[in-house]
Design a binder for this molecule. Structure first.
Ligand code: PEP
Length: 283
């Protein structure tokens, strides 16, 4: 049994083996926030701060009107740009909808699908999520497929049942090869925008369950190589402990990605010391 002196040391040890299989993804979800001038100002500042961070994939998922200008502003940086939703049809009479092909054509690399706000506020089902995921893959986008239980479901001990339904229905019907092009985000609904985070242990245990479902569906190799992000009130003062967990391969961040300084800290989570959570070391 290995003992770790502090969370930072623990992270370094566990990170190494995980990193060989699954590169950490730090993704911001801006939701319905910012206007164009704020977007450009943020992007110009953010790319100066994080362009040199190694071994981490960085993504900003912005509202539709800002995707194209964001892609342009960030083109000389490693920061990728994604959307927060899409419709599964490629084109046609679907007023207000945006297709995967449109996202790809403006330079998006990723798209969030089935976020709990889409599922709960817009009535999106796991069948819808499945159609969107397959359509995103068809347009060479990386879908970030979100799953997660509500507080009521957790308290009535139905977390596993709910996740089984969401994972099997949202990701079913595709090949292992296709699955490897997807990212899964476990986001307990009770932790999103509430300031209440799942404990790192709780998140890891639940993500191990999600990984076991992927193993049932696609086999061990695909399950071990699929990235599963955690999302729900992630901040600079809890990211180190979350990222230390072996089944957490990155974070999907709402509120804390809106501020350029706090998102920089999350991207540089390896530099946060155990003694001073939230502070970034010099140099
Ligand atoms: C999210 O939008 O996916 C999210 C996790 O939000 P927050 O970080 O604000 O809880």
């Amino acid at each position: 049994m290995v003992h770790f002196k502090d969370p930072f040391e623990k992270m370094e040890k566990e990170d190494e083996s995980r990193r060989n299989l699954r590169k950490p993804l730090i993704a911001g979800n801006w939701k319905m926030n910012k206007v164009l001038t704020e977007t450009i100002e943020y992007a110009l500042d953010f790319k100066k701060r994080v362009s040199e961070v190694p071994d981490v994939e960085i993504l900003i998922c912005a509202p539709f009107p800002f995707l194209s200008p964001l892609v342009k502003t960030l083109e000389d940086s490693p920061i990728k740009v994604g959307a927060q939703d899409m419709y599964w049809e490629p084109h046609g009479a679907f007023t207000g909808a945006v297709s995967a092909q449109m996202l790809e054509s403006v330079g998006c690399s990723h798209v969030i699908i089935g976020h709990s706000e889409r599922r709960h506020k817009f009535g999106e089902s796991s069948e819808d999520v499945n159609k969107k995921t397959r359509s995103a893959l068809g347009a060479y986008l990386t879908p970030i497929v979100c799953v997660g239980e509500t507080l009521e479901e957790r308290e009535s001990m139905r977390t596993e049942e709910v996740l089984r339904e969401q994972v099997t229905m949202s990701l079913g019907g595709q090949t292992g090869e296709e699955m490897l092009k997807c990212v899964v985000a476990y986001e307990p609904v009770w932790a999103i925008g509430t300031g209440r985070t799942a404990t790192p242990h709780q998140a890891n245990e639940t993500q191990l369950y999600v990984r076991s479902l992927l193993k049932e569906m696609f086999g061990e190799d695909v399950a071990n190589r699929t990235r599963i992000l955690y999302g729900g009130s992630v901040k600079p003062d809890n990211v180190v402990d979350l990222m230390a967990e072996p089944s957490i391969d990155g974070v999907l961040v709402g509120g804390a990605s809106l501020n350029v300084e706090s998102f920089e800290k999350l991207v540089k989570y390896r530099e946060i010391t155990a003694e001073e959570p939230g502070d970034v070391r010099d140099g």
